[in-house]
Write a protein that binds this ligand. Structure first.
Ligand SMILES: NC(=O)c1ccc[n+]([C@@H]2O[C@H](COP(=O)([O-])OP(=O)(O)OC[C@H]3O[C@@H](n4cnc5c(N)ncnc54)[C@H](OP(=O)(O)O)[C@@H]3O)[C@@H](O)[C@H]2O)c1
Length: 248
């Protein structure tokens, strides 16, 4: 049976990785899905592949978020599922070597953009809607070189839990999904060369992850889907870690 039949779902950052896999999963369960991305060609191609609706919007640009909000309201009126997924890792460096440019870039997308996507979409959420924010297991880790990314996800954890408290009177549930290493392009997009990406992945699989494998985007998609279903009606303000045991 289709668990999300006729639900309207909005996913930010849907042209690859976890957002794309989740859009596919939602559609398989009967939802109508809008996916966003910065690159017109990439987002339109992805939408066409899976039968989603594409909207070009940079999560860091609040004017784009206003346009997205207006478009969703005009086309669908209300939203049942909001999956705030778009995010970047940025440049990994020790704190002493970090730049304000990288700080602003990561924080503007991962925190400010995520925050105002939530803020501006709340009025469109149906009572009983489900919001999921894509955090990271690194939100509770303190590994060298990842201070900005880790802080951005820790901020998201705080925001999502406050939102869960604020929206509970409308039966809107807000939860966090915190993956460990998942097979997407996010590490490569941080500017490492192929050899470095391979050595990072080898280290993770052989030494850092007890289950000795990286997760698949579909593993995360199924968890997000569960949180958006009626079966998860008593779960709110939760942070669910899906990381092969990495944070044990
Ligand atoms: N993969 C992992 O190991 C892992 C682990 C923990 C958490 N996460 C989190 O999972 C989320 C999804 O990442 P992913 O691993 O699936 O990587 P991904 O394949 O790079 O997907 C990220 C998606 O977000 C989009 N995006 C990035 N910045 C955006 C912006 N400013 N506005 C709109 N869309 C934007 C990307 O589009 P472009 O292609 O144009 O960049 C892409 O569609 C991120 O929040 C990430 O921090 C990932």
């Amino acid at each position: 049976m289709e668990q999300l039949k006729n639900k309207i779902a909005l996913i930010t950052g849907g042209n690859s990785g976890i957002g794309y896999a989740t859009a596919k999963e939602f559609i398989s369960q009967g939802a109508k899905v809008i996916i966003t991305g910065r690159r017109k060609e990439a987002i339109e191609k992805a939408a066409q592949e899976i039968g989603a609706i594409a909207f070009v919007a940079d999560q860091a640009n609040l004017q784009h978020t206003d346009l997205l909000r207006n478009e969703v309201e005009n086309q669908f009126g209300k939203v049942d599922i909001l999956f705030i997924n778009a995010g970047i890792m940025g440049t990994l460096e020790l704190i002493e070597n970090q730049t304000a440019e990288n700080y602003d870039n990561v924080m503007n997308i991962n925190v400010r953009g995520a925050y105002f996507t939530l803020s501006k979409l709340i009025p469109l959420l149906n009572d009983g809607a489900s919001v999921v924010m894509l955090s990271s297991n690194t939100a509770i880790m303190h590994s060298p070189n990842s201070s900005i990314y880790q802080a951005s996800k820790a901020a998201l954890n705080s925001i999502a839990k406050t939102a869960a408290a604020e929206l509970a009177p409308r039966r809107i549930r807000v939860n966090l999904v915190s993956p460990g290493p998942i097979k997407t392009d996010i590490i490569a997009k941080s500017g490492f060369n192929e050899a470095t990406v391979k050595s990072i992945k080898d280290h993770l699989v052989n030494e850092a992850i007890p289950l000795k494998k990286m997760g698949e985007p579909e593993d995360v998609a199924k968890l997000v889907r569960y949180l958006c279903e009626e079966s998860a009606n008593y779960i709110t303000g939760a942070e669910i870690i899906i990381d092969g045991g990495m944070t044990l």
